[in-house]
Design a protein around this ligand. Structure first.
Ligand code: CA
Length: 647
């Protein structure tokens, strides 16, 4: 019914729209057509898509990136297109046109091509469909690029328009999201992480070209590269502003979110990191992507994690910075289970527990002096932690050179997201003349929010920190490192409670506020997710580490919201925070043993302490003995911790 409605409505349109003339030109297209009647490859049969005969068609031998179009001889502003699928006995033709993209260009190599229309419905065999085109720019070359694996298979194409170059005031966008268009030289598909394919990259937002610059594209990622929807890294030839990103930079990532059927797990996790007050949280926006005319789905255009103003903002080292103050930074490193896959000289293992570490900045690991400096610096921190140098009895304290609150924030974000791989890859940085090694930024959350069959459901493991569960993975030595900070150093549990309580109370890190963010994001993504799952119909199958397939986008989003309700409750308990009263109360420790004498609370060692009633009201502050208090439950806090007391 929907198809019928579309056809009827578009047939009616030319009556009210001022459509230009039907355009003629020289048929052009994928060089090798395939003539199924003769079962052989033939050249120059692109004209079959323009012969007015719905029974003849243009098909190709190649499966993907195939196209057919017209050289109009001069630019025309296109205002209407028509198409008809191949009529074939098996009935494949009708759905083959779905997600076909119609493009215009003024350069015969198509590097400047932009989409002017996308077919989102199945076609009707033996019938032309028409629709208006919403693009003010004129093009000499126009073409239909078939969706992947369809061998073109188009019976008929028509273009209507008026002569002229038009203007760039209104370009076509696939949905409300920005459209990222990547056109590579000779339509070569990116094929690995090493070879940059020369490209022109166009980003259309608010129906205007936000970016139109030369650059390159290659694959990126590790696990996420195994899927048919590939993750890419784009690199402009020169530093470039993109949409509303704070950084001006060459490198940007396109995250594929194949196994994340909400298409927003990373966005939500980054939002959590901002609310946990972490610095350098990656900028990220959902976008639609077209590569060489093929629609690839909904991606996330995101900062490359690197040292750059607006990204990780530390001093960028030069090769001559090999002594004195200059040698002290900045360094940006990744404790990285995949470090040994990096080129020699750009990674190391720590001296004690052989933690694998990639040096992200300086580039390529820097000079031997720089690599040795940061290796020894991190190794020293590791040694102090594993030898429990916690500043007791005049001892050294690893906290003088390691920023524990940043490590705790990183930990809290990952625990809340339920990231099984928290310590598989951990970024840290050290700036010049700053003695502190800091942890962050956070990255890579497509397995979070109960999306990992190895640890699903996270709730089952909520009596301990997720990273300690045996199904959680970590780079060699990193679980020991984390245990040293989070468990062995008894001060850290107060840091955890304090940071968690602050974010919960003052920074909108609440289930309701996050669910509201998720609803808003789902609305933003709605048109794009529909196209995405048309292109990748996987809502009913488990991919990557999916523990279950819920059958619809809405159900996948709801599952994340339900997960957050449960996870907040579990972490409130684990982190000793009472969401009702807003009181944080880590478990009692030796220095804090309040005694109840009659109806008073006493700390006999002279420590100053504060007493709160369960509703959070302060009822006493001082030392020694409280006045007589009414019967009830009280929280007693000192600088070292808190305890619950019943009177
Ligand atoms: Ca034909």
């Amino acid at each position: 019914m929907k198809t019928l409605f579309t056809v009827l409505s578009v047939i009616a349109l030319p009556l009210c729209a001022a459509a230009g003339d039907k355009l003629a030109g020289t048929p052009i297209g994928t060089a090798e057509g395939y003539n199924y009647e003769n079962n052989r490859i033939e050249r120059n049969i692109q004209g079959r898509a323009f012969d007015g005969d719905l029974d003849t068609y243009f098909a190709t031998n190649q499966r993907s990136y195939t196209w057919v179009g017209l050289d109009l001889g001069e630019p025309f502003v296109i205002d209407k297109v028509g198409w008809a699928p191949r009529t074939d006995p098996d009935g494949y033709g009708e759905r083959r046109v779905q997600l076909g993209v119609i493009q215009g260009a003024n350069s015969p190599d198509w590097l400047d091509a932009v989409p002017i229309y996308m077919i989102t419905e199945k076609g009707t065999a033996g019938l032309m469909s028409y629709d208006d085109v919403d693009c003010s720019m004129g093009f000499r070359y126009v073409r239909y690029v078939s969706t992947s694996d369809a061998r073109c298979n188009i019976a008929e194409l028509e273009f209507y328009g008026t002569p002229g170059e038009g203007d760039d005031s209104h370009l076509f966008q696939l949905t409300n999201l920005p459209t990222v268009v990547i056109n590579t030289v000779d339509s070569q598909e990116p094929y690995d992480k090493e070879h940059d394919i020369t490209s022109n990259i166009i980003i259309i937002a608010d129906n205007k070209a936000n970016v139109d610059k030369p650059g390159s594209v290659r694959e990126r990622g590790n696990g996420s590269r195994q899927f048919p929807k590939k993750p890419w890294r784009i690199k402009f030839d020169k530093k470039q502003n993109v949409l509303d990103a704070p950084a001006k930079a060459k490198k940007w990532t396109l995250i594929n979110n194949y196994g994340d059927k909400t298409l927003m797990r990373n966005l939500v996790a980054f939002e959590i990191a901002r609310r946990a007050d972490m610095p350098f949280v990656a900028w990220s926006r959902p976008v639609d992507v077209i590569l060489n005319g093929e629609f690839k789905g909904c991606y996330q255009l995101t900062d490359q994690i690197e040292v750059n103003p607006g990204r990780v903002e530390i001093t960028e080292m030069e090769p001559e910075d090999i002594e004195g103050d200059a040698l002290t930074g900045g360094y940006f490193i990744e404790i990285d289970a995949y470090a040994d896959q990096e080129p020699e000289g750009s990674w190391f293992v720590t001296n004690n527990r052989q933690m694998p570490v990639t040096v992200k900045s300086p580039d390529d690991g820097g000079t031997p002096e720089q690599l040795a400096y940061i290796r020894d610096y991190l190794s020293n921190i590791e040694w102090l932690i594993s030898n429990r140098k916690f500043g007791k009895n005049g001892d050294e304290d690893y906290r003088d050179i390691f920023d524990v609150p940043s490590f705790v924030k990183h930990f809290i974000v990952n625990e809340l997201v339920g990231n099984t791989d928290t310590y598989w890859s951990t970024y840290m940085y050290k700036d010049r003349l700053d003695p502190m090694m800091h942890t962050g930024p956070v990255w890579d959350f497509d397995l979070g929010f109960d999306n990992d069959s190895r640890t699903y459901p996270i709730h089952k493991h909520s009596n301990e920190y997720l990273y300690r569960f045996h199904g959680s993975s970590a780079a060699n030595g990193m679980k020991d490192f984390a245990n040293g900070v989070l468990i062995n150093d008894s001060r850290t549990k107060y840091d955890i409670t304090e940071i968690w309580a602050d974010a919960r109370t003052n920074r909108d890190l609440t289930p309701d506020a996050l669910k509201e963010y998720i609803d808003r994001t789902a609305e933003l993504l709605d048109a794009s997710q529909q196209l995405n799952f048309m292109r990748w119909p996987i809502l009913n199958e488990c991919v990557h580490q999916n523990p279950r397939a819920l059958g619809s986008y809405e159900a996948e989003v709801d599952a994340v919201k339900e997960y957050l309700d449960t996870r907040f409750a579990d972490l409130d308990r684990l982190f000793d925070y009472d969401p009702e009263s807003g009181i944080s109360s880590p478990a009692i420790t030796a220095p804090l043993v309040p005694m109840v004498i009659g109806s008073t609370i006493n700390l006999t060692d002279g420590t100053t302490f504060t007493v709160y009633s369960v509703d959070g009201t302060e009822v006493f502050a001082g030392s020694g003995t409280t006045p007589a208090l009414p019967r009830g439950i009280y929280i007693v806090r000192t600088a070292l911790g808190a305890a619950k007391v019943a009177l």
